[in-house]
Design a protein. Structure first.
Length: 365
């Protein structure tokens, strides 16, 4: 048998950091069941995967469909091809590595798997250690930031193009479909999520699903979209006004834009996440729309569209250089419409860098 090669950068370092975190919590192994955690830790992108790490070994459990993928992407891991996802095979590997205290993330293990695994393991103890990997994923390295930048660039190019082809009469669904097609044509792996395209009063639903309503001259269109490039995502929102901004939304637009600027200006290392939310919320509340700002001000992005840190009310976590967050204040008036603007922002050593380059307000000719 050939000797397993060492893990390359950046995975070797990430695996060592996971080992250090395990030692600190007195765990002698960790079982990872989330696909994005798996991609982050090992580079293995297969859809079926579980990764078992202890002080000396990395074991990758997958099935035959991903046999070659595993050899290509994570040759440093010991590959175990399983015929079913039942926990007995996982339990066998845990015993083989003599892991007595096994950490796992309870957010990614369902109750059935937990019960079956516990039964199959007998002697070993399962220890919920939730934030172990997500804590590490909060800070992006330059390679990750470069991918996010690319995902932003492609999303923005597609949006610039949309401003050329968007016409009254198109349905929300059509606009969403063309936007996705355009991003993929420009090299995106896929849309980061199904774009939100909401015309007029539909924009008062923050997570609206595009439907059959048609673009008109009189109404605004809220577009929330993003691309996934090399697994990393962008997440942006812009309002498009095919005609002029309706007077009943003029103050709303101005307030959201000011809230965006205030929240962004507050971003720097050491500032608690809640302070950024507070900067946007205080301003919107002062303008009389506090109750119409129904969600948090932003969230981290990376491999997932929603990651730590959440820029929300009670999150005391201080921002750190390398975090990438969205800033997305919004005001929603049922029956009238809604306005949200969303940028992606990198926390830097000295403050922040707004990664998205599109102007905050957009008109079509
Ligand atoms: Zn968004
Ligand atoms: Zn978002």
């Amino acid at each position: 048998m050939s000797k397993t090669p060492a893990a390359p950068a950046p995975y070797a370092d990430r695996i060592e950091r996971l080992r250090a975190a395990c030692r600190q919590r007195k765990l002698d192994g960790y079982l990872l069941l989330n696909r994005m955690d798996q991609i982050w830790l090992t580079g293995f992108t297969g859809e079926d995967g579980a990764v078992l790490v202890n002080e000396r070994h990395v074991v990758l459990l997958t099935d035959g469909r991903f046999d070659e993928t595993a050899d290509r992407e994570a040759p440093f891991a010991r590959k175990v091809l399983r015929t079913s996802r039942t926990p007995d095979i996982t339990a066998r590997e845990i015993r083989r590595l003599k892991i007595a205290r096994l950490g796992f993330d309870p957010r990614h293990m369902n109750v059935q798997t937990f019960a079956e695994l516990r039964k199959a393991l007998k002697g070993s103890r399962l220890n919920a250690a939730s934030a172990l990997i997500s804590d590490m994923r909060r800070i992006k390295d330059p390679g990750e930031t470069a991918r996010i930048r690319r995902a932003i660039e492609i999303a923005e190019q597609a949006f610039q193009n949309l401003l050329e082809w968007l016409r009254p009469g198109m349905t929300e669904r059509e606009v969403a479909a063309r936007l996705v097609y355009d991003m993929q044509s420009r090299g995106a792996q896929e849309a980061a999520f199904q774009p939100i395209v909401a015309v007029g009063p539909n924009a008062s639903l923050p997570h609206y699903e595009p439907g059959e309503r048609r673009v008109t001259q009189r109404e605004g269109v809220l577009i929330d979209w993003g691309a996934r490039c090399d697994w990393y995502v962008s997440d942006l929102t812009r309002m498009v006004w095919p005609g002029s901004i309706p007077p009943e939304l003029a103050k709303v637009c101005k307030t959201v834009l000011e809230a965006l600027e205030l929240a962004t200006a507050a971003i720097k290392p050491g500032v608690p996440a809640a302070k950024i939310d507070q900067a946007a919320r205080a301003h919107i509340t002062q303008a009389g729309f506090g109750k119409q700002f129904t969600h948090s001000t932003g969230h981290g992005i990376g491999l997932d569209v929603h990651e730590d840190p959440g820029l929300r009310k009670r999150n005391k976590l201080p921002l750190e250089a390398g975090m990438v967050v969205t800033v997305e204040p919004g005001i929603y008036l049922p029956g009238v419409g809604g306005v949200r603007i969303e940028n992606d922002v990198l926390v830097t050593e000295t403050g922040h860098e707004v990664l998205s380059a599109l102007p905050a307000t957009v008109r079509v000719r």
